[in-house]
Design a protein around this ligand. Structure first.
Ligand SMILES: C[S@@+](CC[C@H](N)C(=O)[O-])C[C@H]1O[C@@H](n2cnc3c(N)ncnc32)[C@H](O)[C@@H]1O
Length: 311
């Protein structure tokens, strides 16, 4: 698996920087909220989804940018300014993956009774997806990010029943105990969503978390997980958008530390008790929706969404 050699130097960087992560909410989670706020600012017929709460998670300067995107004449410059800094990949990739995962969750909830959002960040699916209304949702995240989220959810009075917050650091905490203690029922099929997170973890934390998901999965459970191409960690795979993307997350103090070679993903998951059902890059994940709306954005080939079942 391409991760072992490539993750060594990255893991060392991770250890250097993880102290900062303990103290503050995730900036990359806020970045995804901005990307979703931009998408939600588009008129109903021109967007892939609407997340009306995303803007509330932004710091004032980013909220101004998101507000500008709601003004038709300013939308192009505001989003263009963001893309000029972030590069062409991150925003369309996040938009495509959000919509693809929304669809996967809706499909999976036809047969699952609970949903676990792992590394939930400022994901608001618990509040915006009809498929999750009335069913148990457990949001797992690093304590610092989760505290920031809860402050906003409280301010917006977004309380809903059957939503439980589970503070967990995947690197050190016992996820299985935390989920069981929070009411997760391992006799009930669940959909586990692990979006935008594996790339920030050590290989050991990815393995431990997958083992826990496998252990807790009743038959019929589904795992939706994203990963980045392992070749971007050491530059051995060439993607036009990679260099700036990797540089920006590094500068944000949340470097990418883990990736997978797409060709090895079926075996990687099988060795951990999962059967891969589908694996698409975020470039393919929008299923032609951008083009159908006359939009020129494209997701990225380096960022993947995989769906697997516990075997
Ligand atoms: C890019 S954000 C993605 C958030 C969310 N899943 C989404 O797609 O909007 C990365 C998330 O991983 C979480 N994370 C990173 N390292 C973590 C760790 N060691 N333990 C728990 N969560 C972690 C961060 O707190 C953050 O919420």
């Amino acid at each position: 698996m391409g991760v072992d050699g490539k993750s060594v130097a990255a893991a060392a960087r991770f250890r250097e920087q993880s102290f900062a992560m303990e103290d503050r909410p995730s900036f990359t989670a806020e970045t995804v909220a901005l990307q979703r706020a931009f998408e939600s600012a588009r008129p109903p017929g021109q967007r892939l989804f609407s997340d009306p709460y995303a803007v509330a998670f932004l710091r004032p300067a980013l909220r101004v940018l998101a507000a500008a995107a709601r003004v038709p004449l300013l939308r192009g410059p505001a989003v263009g300014l963001y893309d000029a800094v972030a590069g062409p990949g991150p925003r369309p990739s996040a938009v495509a993956r959000t919509r693809a995962i929304d669809d996967e969750v809706a499909d999976a909830m036809a047969s699952c009774g609970q949903c676990v959002l792992l590394g939930a960040g400022f994901d608001t699916r618990a509040h915006r997806l009809p498929a999750l209304a009335g069913c148990a949702v457990l949001e797992v995240d690093h304590p610092a990010t989760q505290a920031a989220k809860r402050a906003v959810v409280d301010r917006l009075e977004l309380r809903r029943g059957l939503l439980t917050y589970v503070p967990v650091d995947f690197e050190v905490d016992d996820l299985a105990s935390a989920l069981r203690g929070a009411g997760f029922d391992s006799a009930v099929p669940a959909v586990f969503v692990w979006e935008g997170v594996t790339n920030y973890l050590t290989a050991a934390a990815v393995d431990t978390t997958l083992a826990t998901i496998r252990e807790l999965s009743a038959p019929g459970s589904t795992l939706v997980v994203t990963y980045v191409h392992a070749g971007v960690l050491d530059g051995s795979a060439e993607f036009p958008e990679a260099e700036r993307w990797v540089h920006n997350v590094q500068r944000a103090g949340e470097p990418w530390t883990f990736g997978l070679e797409p060709s090895e993903v079926p075996a990687f998951l099988r060795a951990r008790g999962f059967e891969l059902v589908v694996d698409v890059s975020t470039r393919d994940a929008d299923r032609g929706r951008f083009a159908a709306l006359g939009r020129r954005e494209r997701g990225s080939d380096l960022y993947h969404v995989a769906v697997a079942e516990a075997g």
